[in-house]
Each structure stands twice: as structure tokens, then as C-alpha cells.
Design a protein around this ligand. Structure first.
Ligand code: URP
Ligand code: ZN
Ligand code: ZN
Length: 469
């Protein structure tokens, strides 16, 4: 099966060139000017369209079991929504079960994804209980294609690990070329502040932000970077939100440490004041770390542009605002009595590419090439998928988004495909929208039409010793 995409403009991290792209089977086989149009199974006219590498979102939580419920997108609904937004690969998390092995966590996650997947995906491994036998197990998961380990310095009493545990994981990761990912907030400080706020009767959603100060993120980020430096481990700090954290990352990078970071789309658009919206609406925006001050947004945009931050992800972790009704699983309403019971997370997997294009490229904050770099190329390089994923090149998987830079769309929960009843960007009109999404050469979205197939997604075995950018 061959497909020729004619008359488009190919945008990669390095170049913008008007060229035709020939796809043979699942891979790109030729890129050139005026490629012969005869003899192909399909010819797609991309006049006026850009050809972007399919987006890669390296931080998502589909079917995440937390707080007596589960995130509302499963592997089918979440991946389908991703494809409508121009994302063709995501990396989710397999969690070590309490008292269980890493292998068990990965096997259970494969079972949850099986039969539902419609785009390509991988797993990071979340470690919570680093017993000696688990420590020994770490290198064996590389053979299962899982090469990044996630640990938390927050969520005390649940996922939080102490410094010794974090450091031991880092030493082992360094030895085997694995990447350490950390959710960096000081969980002890958060637990202390939460208890005090609750004792004072301060239970509304807005107090979630008060319990999670920016300095607690800055402190944990600095500590985590220092520990990684001592261990010689490569570190990727997830969902960075504020000046206090980003300045620590910049310091570490200036010292030459192999440390990198991401922010998530919502942190440039949602702020702590949103948590104070009336009628419990603030709960929609409760995530950890929390939405910050408006003054942090320009710092994040600049860090994305100047490579202090290498990646934009979503931390997609949707919950119903009105859950537990109409056949829905429980959602944000679980925290009506107190902010500390609100399931943490926001939807965004479908919105990342258009929102970051419109506000980043059209907004003059970075070039189209840098957009490709932070949404696809850098994620592929850092997480061991490049050059199969993350670029448009001969031999690469033909994950291509035909991007219409002129198409306007107003984002709304009424039209999105994510399985949740609100959208963080409700009412935002963006210019730049996917006209067609191809996954390994097959069109899975064409305009508003879904053409993907359950089971069509592929588990990606990732390489260790990925790049430090
Ligand atoms: O609030 C969030 N971020 N929920 C998802 C879990 C995590 O901490 O990444
Ligand atoms: Zn987190
Ligand atoms: Zn997360």
C-alpha cells in the first residue's frame, strides 16, 4: 500500500520545506519535489496544509485508579481524542502494585490497554515501594521496553518516597541508562499545611493551591536535581509550573547536569484564581502541582522557547465534574466536603497541539519548528523513540498530521472527544487545526470523521540511554 501526500509543506524541528511525501506501508519512503503521482493506492492533496510529525504526549493518565475512582478516559476514548487533536503517540504509566513486582504492574497495564488502543503508546514505570528485590528487578524492565522510572516526592502516605529511596533509584537508573522522572513537590510541607487548613475549616477548592506553595515545588526540584547530580542520573522533572522550580532547573542545567523538564499546557492558561470559582467550579482546575500565579505563565513560555524546558505535555488526567450520575464513574464531586478529597487532574490530551500552536506560534512566542520540537521531536529523543517517531524522515513511521494553519475552531466540551463534561479551554478560539491524522500511514481522523480501529495502536518498546537535550 502506497500513499502520496502532494503539495504540502513539511515542517520538522530543523526545516520547513515544500515537498511531497511518499508512504510505503507504515513508513515514509521518499520526500521530494514533484514526486510522480501515478500508481499509488491513495493520493492526498495537501495544498495549503502543513505536514507535522504526529504529536507525542509523554505524560498522560488514562484509566488511572485514584481517590476511590478512575480517570474518565480509558485507552480507547483517550487515545481517540488524542488523534483528533493531532497526537499519535503517548506515554502513560504502569504502577507497581502495593507489595507487588514491577513486572506485575506492567502486565496489568498491558491488560487494561489491550483491545482498546488506537494510537501508539508506551509506559513509564511508577515506583512506590522500593524493596531490595524490586531494586534488583529494575534493570529487567528494559527488556520489556520500559526505560523510564517515575517517583514522587509528594502525595504523603501514598506515593511519596523518601530521599534515600529516590537516591537509590537514581543510582540504579544511572547504572542502566534509564531516565528518572520526578513529581517534585515537598509532600511533608503539603501534608502539614493541609492539616492546618482543614483544622481551620478551610475546605474549599481554592485552599488546594494554598496547601501546595510554589516554594515547596522549588525546594523539591532543587533537592531532586542535587540528588540526580550526585547519582549521575539523567533526570526529567514533570509538570513544572512556576518560577521557583524553573529557576532551579536552569541552575542545574547551567552546571552541566543532565537534567530536563516539561510543563503542561494548562499552566499557561489556568491560574490559582480559577480555583476560587463559585459553585464548586474551582474543583475543575484542581491538579498537583496546582495552577499558579499569572506571573508564572510568561516564565514558562520563555523556558519552552529557550530550551530551559524541553517538552510540553498535558498530564491528562480527566475526571467528571458531575460524576457518579448518568452512568459515570465518580469525579470531582468526591471533594465537595474538602479540597483534599478532590481527585487531582485536568483533561487536555486533545487540546495540547492546537492550543500550543495558536498561542505559541501564532502568538509569536516560538517558531513552527520549535513547536514541532517541543510537541514531538524532543519527546521522542528523550524517551527513546527517535527517529522512528518525532520527525518526518525517510524510514520514520508515517505519523503525520496534515495541519490547516488557517482553520479556526472554538474549543468546547460540546464538541471535544475526551470523556469528560468540561474543557479547561472552553470558548478559546484557536487558528490552526488538524485536517487529517495519519498513524503509520493510515488515516485515522479525516476532518470530523473517525476512521481508526480498536486494536490499531502499537505498544512501543523504548530504548535506554536516550538523549539529554
Ligand atoms: O493532578 C495531577 N497531576 N494528577 C495526576 C497525577 C500526577 O501527579 O501527575
Ligand atoms: Zn504528578
Ligand atoms: Zn501526572
Amino acid at each position: 500500500m502506497t500513499t502520496l501526500i502532494k503539495n504540502g509543506t513539511v515542517v520538522t524541528a530543523g526545516d520547513t520545506v515544500k515537498a511531497d511525501v511518499l508512504i510505503d506501508g507504515e513508513q515514509v519512503s521518499m520526500i521530494g519535489k514533484n514526486l510522480p503521482g501515478e500508481g499509488h493506492d491513495e493520493v492526498i492533496d495537501a495544498q495549503g496544509l502543513l505536514l507535522l510529525p504526529g504529536g507525542i504526549d509523554v505524560h498522560t493518565h488514562l484509566e488511572l485508579h485514584v481517590s476511590d475512582t478512575v480517570s474518565s478516559d480509558d485507552f480507547f476514548t483517550g487515545q481517540k481524542a488524542a488523534a483528533f487533536g493531532g497526537t499519535t503517540t503517548h506515554i502513560d504509566f504502569a504502577a507497581q502494585p502495593v507489595g507487588g513486582s514491577l513486572r506485575q504492574g506492567i502486565d496489568e497495564r498491558h491488560a487494561e490497554a489491550a483491545g482498546k488502543v488506537v494510537i501508539d503508546y508506551g509506559f513509564h514505570l511508577t515506583i512506590t515501594d522500593l524493596r531490595d528485590e524490586v531494586m534488583k528487578e529494575i534493570p529487567t524492565i528494559i527488556n520489556q521496553g520500559v526505560t523510564s522510572l517515575k517517583l514522587f516526592t509528594a502525595y504523603k502516605g501514598r506515593m511519596q518516597v523518601d530521599d534515600a529511596t529516590l537516591f537509590r533509584a537514581m543510582m540504579t537508573a544511572a547504572e542502566h541508562g534509564m531516565l528518572i522522572m520526578v513529581h517534585a513537590e515537598n509532600g511533608d510541607v503539603i501534608a502539614e499545611l493541609t492539616s492546618r487548613l482543614l483544622a481551620e475549616g478551610k475546605t474549599e477548592p481554592k485552599y488546594h493551591a494554598v496547601a501546595h506553595p510554589a516554594l515547596a515545588e522549588g525546594e523539591a526540584t532543587a533537592r531532586t536535581i542535587a540528588l540526580a547530580g550526585i547519582a549521575g542520573a539523567s533526570l526529567y522533572v514533570v509538570h513544572m509550573t512556576c518560577e521557583e522550580a524553573v529557576e532551579q532547573l536552569a541552575l542545574g542545567r547551567n552546571k552541566g547536569l543532565p537534567v530536563m523538564g516539561e510543563t503542561c499546557t494548562q499552566y499557561m492558561f489556568v491560574f490559582e484564581d480559577d480555583l476560587a470559582r463559585p459553585n464548586f467550579e474551582g474543583a475543575k482546575f484542581v491538579c498537583s502541582p496546582p495552577a499558579r500565579r499569572p506571573k508564572d505563565a510568561p516564565i514558562l513560555w520563555k523556558a519552552l522557547a529557550d530550551n530551559t524546558l524541553q517538552v510540553i505535555s498535558t498530564d491528562h488526567c480527566p475526571f467528571w465534574f458531575e460524576g457518579g450520575v448518568k452512568g459515570r464513574v465518580a469525579g470531582k464531586e468526591l471533594g465537595k466536603s474538602s479540597f483534599h478529597k478532590i481527585p487531582n487532574g485536568m483533561p487536555g490530551l486533545e487540546d495540547r497541539m492546537p492550543v500550543m500552536w495558536h498561542n505559541g506560534v501564532n502568538g509569536g512566542r516560538y517558531s513552527a519548528n520549535r513547536f514541532v520540537e517541543i510537541t514531538a521531536t524532543n519527546p521522542a529523543k528523550i524517551f527513546g523513540l527517535y527517529p522512528r517517531k518525532g520527525t518526518i524522515a525517510v524510514g520514520a513511521d508515517a505519523d503525520i498530521v496534515l495541519w490547516d494553519p488557517e482553520k479556526e475552531h472554538t474549543i468546547s466540551a460540546k464538541t471535544h472527544h475526551m470523556n469528560t463534561d468540561y474543557n479547561v479551554y472552553e470558548g478559546m478560539t484557536v487558528k490552526g487545526w488538524p485536517a487529517r491524522t495519519l498513524l503509520r500511514g493510515k488515516s485515522i481522523v479525516v476532518g470530523n470523521e473517525w476512521r481508526g480501529k480498536k486494536g490499531g495502536g502499537l505498544f512501543l518498546r523504548r530504548r535506554p540511554n536516550a538523549e539529554i537535550l
